[in-house]
Design a protein around this ligand. Structure first.
Ligand code: GLN
Length: 285
């Protein structure tokens, strides 16, 4: 069978089993197997697929049909400029989060002098802090923390494969609990778990059954982690230091007033490309 046929049969098979974006998923699987990019598949189309490759395709199709997210089946996913290893140890990096990084980069570039310490709390794959370190032109110390040892192992692997091991450190830590040096941090950034506990069961099954629940469940209202991190940030941030959060749709008012309550100024609540509340930031005077 030539690849053209493999792709169309795979796409049809996946579509019949309600796998979203079946054609793209089929092409991505083939591209991954051939070590190619989707755009270069054209040159492979009339070539014969080996039995070993067909077996790998069948394994991937079975996983996708069972409901596993395509990112986990592929084992890697692009986030901004980086291709990150991606598996069930951490939340899949989402496109909305790329815009959280954009906001932090703008803040760092506007700072006078090089930033000292930037911490990404609940780093997961490491997507946020690795992207910041990869793209920010100035110096600085970049640290990612996660309560999950599995996530930190994955983030550390990602630092290695992105050539950023020298620039980014990772540590297992529960929130900001292990940090106690007052006024030592310039920026705290986080995409914390923010789904209300009662909503977790109603999420798409690809998210609900495969992604780590501790990366999603933000407590009764989904707001627990903002409260915690803001309280810690008060002590840890330098004057003029900033927090940048990804937030859930509809959480803008709540997180904005929480920040105001803690004395943050310059509070911004912004929407993502879908028009939903997605980012909240503030500066400590
Ligand atoms: N955006 C994710 C979702 O809707 C949630 C991520 C998070 O809780 N930080 O599935």
């Amino acid at each position: 069978m030539v690849w053209r046929e493999v792709i169309s049969k795979t796409a049809r098979f996946l579509e019949d089993r309600n796998v979203p974006d079946a054609q793209v998923a089929a092409e991505l699987m083939v591209a991954r197997l051939l070590g190619s990019s989707r755009g270069f598949l054209v040159s492979e189309m009339e070539k014969e697929a080996s039995e070993r490759h067909l077996a790998a395709m069948r394994r991937g199709m079975a996983r996708l049909s069972a409901g596993e997210p395509v990112q986990y089946v592929l084992g890697e996913w692009d986030f901004r400029r980086l291709t990150l290893k991606c598996d069930k140890r951490a939340l899949i990096p989402r496109p909305e989060t790329e815009q959280l990084v954009e906001r932090v980069l703008a803040h760092l570039s506007a700072m006078k002098g090089a930033p000292g310490l930037v911490i990404d709390v609940g780093t997961g794959t490491g997507a946020i802090i690795l992207s910041i370190a990869a793209e920010f032109r100035g110096g600085g110390v970049f640290l990612g923390t996660d309560v999950s040892e599995d996530a930190i192992a994955l983030a550390t692997e990602n630092a290695g494969r992105c050539g950023l091991s020298d620039r980014v450190r990772f540590a297992v830590a529960d929130g900001l609990d292990d940090f106690d040096e007052p006024q030592s941090v310039d920026v705290i950034v986080s995409n914390p778990p923010y789904v209300a506990t009662s909503v977790c069961e109603k999420l798409d099954r690809r998210v609900r059954d495969y992604e780590p629940r501790i990366a999603l469940d933000g407590g009764a209202e989904g707001l627990d982690f903002y409260e915690r991190y803001l309280a810690d940030a008060l002590n840890l941030l330098k004057p003029g230091g900033a927090v940048f959060f990804e937030i859930g749709e509809g959480q803008g008012d709540a997180v904005g007033s929480m920040m105001a309550g803690y004395g943050f100024t310059g509070i911004k609540v912004e929407k993502d490309f879908a028009g939903l509340d997605r980012y909240a930031s503030g500066v400590l005077p």
